[in-house]
Each structure stands twice: as structure tokens, then as C-alpha cells.
Design a protein around this ligand. Structure first.
Ligand code: UFG
Length: 331
């Protein structure tokens, strides 16, 4: 059997492709290369250039009958962009996911793994956050993903499709073997921006708000290493193939770091005291998001290996250097 990985040329989806191939799985990547890179997909995987909201294309892929699971990573993921362009998020993350799901049902695909997000919780009443806590997203990004979770729950009741929805906290770091990392040049995520600042690939870093009700006033996030996150997906696939029930799990470590703490770690590991400017709050940011991560450990048997911020930062720095050299080599 094969796994269809939408967004498989992107950062997180690309790590899924590597892990599936490492595990001896057959992989079909579907990506429109809007933010992903063709070079991210190894020869061993089949690559299809296209849109996961193109029903005819999805039907043609699924009709072959060899795909027993869809791992759906393709999405728009930038919270502030979702605030200024909400319809882009509802189209891409919600409406197109409905088309993909419809095709999955039509073609009798039994298993679906969905990249959801901690943003479905909005501004939680307390941390850590558990899956049973209130769902109250405060930005269009979170709402666009939560609607897909709801669709999955309804579809799984009506049709023979089971799913695992994984609510990612803040994904960072890179493949420990150095094969892949976050490669989007305009990436907005904190650790990526900080390592770019440390390596002089951008001019310093702006901290978006130090007036939050947190220990130092900057936002607190649960940074999860990308390979650890992907391990949860492999376990989810195994769970579904063994006949396990549909499931929704947080993916984080259960501890948080503030923006200022992350900046300090990046400065320390890189040995570069880059410029840090304290600025205003960014639209759509909750103060703190820390995962209650018992369910993913207990139900899927998840055992993270890289739950150390210094390791995550080191990997991100190593990848950023390598990416810079690769880019220079190609130009
Ligand atoms: N930040 C800065 N300066 C920067 C970049 C980020 O201060 O240059 C701050 C943000 O304001 C925020 C924190 O760093 O407080 C983390 O921001 P990121 O952009 O790295 O990530 P987000 O928390 O906004 O969002 C990410 C994912 C979402 C996911 C969320 C869950 O993009 O998909 O984590 O915690 F929902």
C-alpha cells in the first residue's frame, strides 16, 4: 500500500516523506510547490505537481487503488496572514480539504491523518491545554483548521473512514541527518527568523510584544522538534492500520519557552549577539500555548527524542547554513 502526502514538498510534509521512505513505505507526494521545493522529494517517492483541491486529479490518484492513507499537510499556516486574508485560509485550508475528503470517501480510502493546530484552542483559560478543553480559535487560521476537524468527525461517523487529527504546537528544528529543514526564505516562524538573524541572513529580529501576562511579557510557546512530530504521524498510521479508533491528539512536549528565552538560546548556541528590537503585538497571537501531551504518549505510545530547545536550535542553525550554501550553489 502507499501513502499520499499532500504538501509533501514542504517543511513538515517533507519530513513525513523521509520518515515513510525510511520505514520502507511507498509514498506519493502531491504538492503545488507554492511554498515547497521539488528537490525536497527524494527519487524514491513519486511526485505529482498539483492542487489537493482539484477533485479530478485526486480522483485519478486515488482510483489507482494502492493508497490506503492520506496524510494531509498542505495548508496556509501564517497566523497574521490569515487575519489580513481570511478568505484565502477558508478556501485553501477548509474548502479544498472538503474536496479532498469527498474524493477520499468516493474512492474508499480508509485512513486520514490531518495536520491540525494548537490554534484551535485560541487563548486558553490555562496551560497546559488538553484535548478536552474549550475550542475557541482567535484567528481565521485556527478556525479554518477546526472546521476540518469537525468535517472529519462527521465523515468518520457517516463513512468507513477513520482519522487521526494531530494538533501541532510550534514545530521547529530539522532532520537530524541533515537532509531537510525549514527552507522557506520568507518564513515568519520565530526560531527560523532567529537563526537567520544569527547567521546574518536577515537584519536582526523584532519581538512582537512584551506586555503579555507571561513571566517576561513575551509570548510562550511549546516548541516541538519536527522529527519527533513526524514520529507521532507514523504511530498514527500504525494505529489506524491496526483498526484503531479515530483520534485527536495534541503534539507538543508540555513545556513552554518565551520569545525572549528562545532568542537567548539562539544567541548562546550561535555565539552571535544579533540585534533584537522590542515591538508591538502581532495580530492573532495568544499569550501562551503549552500542550498537555498525555494522550499522544498514552494512546499512540509516542516517545520523543529531541525535547531539548538547544538541540532544536542547533539543528535549525545547521540546516540554515546548509540551505544557504545549497542556494548559493544553485544560483
Ligand atoms: N515572534 C516574534 N518575532 C518574530 C517571529 C515570531 O516575536 O520574528 C513571536 C510571535 O509573535 C509569537 C511567537 O514568536 O509570539 C511564535 O510565533 P511563530 O510565528 O513562530 O508561531 P505561531 O505561534 O504564530 O504559530 C505557530 C504555527 C501555527 C500553530 C501555532 C501553535 O504557525 O500553525 O504555532 O502554537 F498553530
Amino acid at each position: 500500500m502507499a501513502v499520499l502526502v499532500t504538501g509533501g514538498a514542504g517543511y513538515i510534509g517533507g519530513h513525513m516523506v523521509l520518515a515513510l521512505l525510511d520505514a520502507g513505505e511507498k509514498v506519493v507526494v502531491l504538492d503545488d510547490l507554492s511554498t515547497g521545493f521539488r528537490w525536497a522529494t527524494p527519487e524514491a517517492a513519486e511526485f505529482i505537481l498539483g492542487d489537493f483541491g482539484d477533485a479530478a486529479l485526486i480522483d485519478s490518484i486515488l482510483a489507482r487503488g494502492d493508497i490506503d492513507a492520506i496524510a494531509h499537510f498542505a495548508a496556509k499556516i501564517v497566523v497574521p496572514e490569515s487575519v489580513t486574508n481570511p478568505l484565502l485560509y477558508y478556501e485553501n485550508n477548509t474548502a479544498k480539504a472538503r474536496i479532498l475528503l469527498e474524493s477520499a470517501v468516493r474512492n474508499h480510502v480508509p485512513h486520514f491523518i490531518f495536520s491540525s493546530t494548537a490554534a484551535v484552542y485560541g487563548e486558553p483559560a490555562s496551560n497546559p491545554i488538553f484535548e478536552t478543553d474549550a475550542l475557541a480559535p482567535i484567528n481565521p487560521y485556527g478556525r479554518s483548521k477546526l472546521m476540518v476537524e469537525w468535517m472529519l468527525q462527521d465523515v468518520a461517523k457517516a463513512h468507513p473512514l477513520r482519522f487521526v487529527a494531530l494538533r501541532y504546537f510550534n514545530v521547529a528544528g530539522a532532520d537530524p541527518k541533515g537532509r531537510l529543514g525549514q527552507s522557506t526564505p520568507q518564513a515568519t516562524h520565530l526560531i527560523k527568523v532567529a537563526v537567520q538573524a544569527a547567521l546574518g541572513h536577515r537584519d536582526g529580529l523584532d519581538v512582537f510584544g512584551v506586555d503579555y501576562p507571561t513571566r517576561d511579557g513575551s509570548c510562550v510557546r511549546d516548541y516541538i522538534q519536527v522529527t519527533d512530530l513526524i514520529e507521532a504521524h507514523l504511530l498514527a498510521l500504525r494505529h489506524l492500520r491496526k483498526g484503531g479508533d479515530s483520534l485527536t491528539c495534541n503534539c507538543g512536549y508540555g513545556r513552554g519557552f518565551s520569545v525572549l528565552e528562545v532568542v537567548e538560546v539562539v544567541k548562546h548556541i550561535s555565539g552571535v549577539d544579533f540585534e533584537v528590537r522590542i515591538g508591538a503585538r502581532r495580530a492573532g497571537d495568544p499569550a501562551a500555548l503549552v500542550a498537555g501531551a498525555d494522550r499522544v504518549r498514552d494512546t499512540l505510545g509516542w516517545l520523543p527524542k529531541f525535547a531539548d530547545l538547544a538541540t532544536i536550535v542547533r539543528q535549525a542553525l545547521d540546516w540554515e547554513r546548509r540551505l544557504h550554501n545549497l542556494t548559493l550553489g544553485r544560483s
